[in-house]
Design a protein around this ligand. Structure first.
Ligand code: PRP
Length: 177
């Protein structure tokens, strides 16, 4: 007890990458009717930090989904447990995720949001666990590629633990973190 998961991506690296991506978003969406949609729970930290590096007007909304997967993997059966408050028809929607793993959640979510008629629909993902992908997902703004390991911190959990870590860590379960 008391030992924290080892650092994979430091707080400083996350901040500087978010600063770059925030500038990209500010440039790409200038004049747009931007709604940034955070997917709960994992994206709450990255969304909060990212919006402070975006220098154009925007609105924020949240969705929550649950996948009927066991343990650390997802099954592709996804249900919306909290829907958007805002109408996205004719708006420019940027979905903000902490991680894309198998891609099943985002594939479902993006297809669902598309049926609501947004002007544009893109994806920001802080982390891309490319090796684990089962269905292709188009990530417009990507923070970092990560190895196929159990990633925690900066919003990501293991059994609801570690979300508060200010960095991205790797869980080494054998050590009991
Ligand atoms: C994570 C992440 C994505 C999903 C990605 O959420 O935030 O929504 O898994 O996995 P996939 O690419 O394999 O579908 P999680 O289900 O852990 O819920 P949480 O955000 O509430 O922790």
């Amino acid at each position: 007890m008391g030992t924290k998961p080892p650092v994979l991506i430091s707080q400083e690296r996350i901040e500087s990458r978010l600063r770059e991506l925030g500038a990209d978003i500010s440039r790409d969406y200038r004049g747009a009717d931007l709604i940034m949609v955070g997917i709960l729970k994992g994206a709450f930290v990255v969304l909060a930090d990212l919006v402070r590096f975006v220098e154009i007007p925007l609105r924020i909304d949240f969705m929550a989904v649950s996948s009927y997967g066991m343990g650390t993997s997802t099954s592709g059966v996804v249900s919306i447990t909290k829907d958007l408050d805002l109408d996205i028809q004719g708006r420019d929607v940027l979905v903000v995720e902490d991680i894309v793993d198998t891609g099943l959640t985002l594939d479902y979510l993006l297809r669902t949001l598309k049926t609501r008629g947004p002007s544009s629909l893109s994806l920001f993902a802080l982390l891309d666990k490319k090796e684990a992908r089962e269905v292709p997902v188009d990530i417009t703004y990507r923070g970092f590629e990560v190895p196929n390991r159990f990633i925690v911190g900066y919003g990501l959990d293991c059994g609801e633990r570690h979300r508060e870590l200010p960095y991205i860590g790797i869980l080494e379960e054998e050590k009991g973190y």
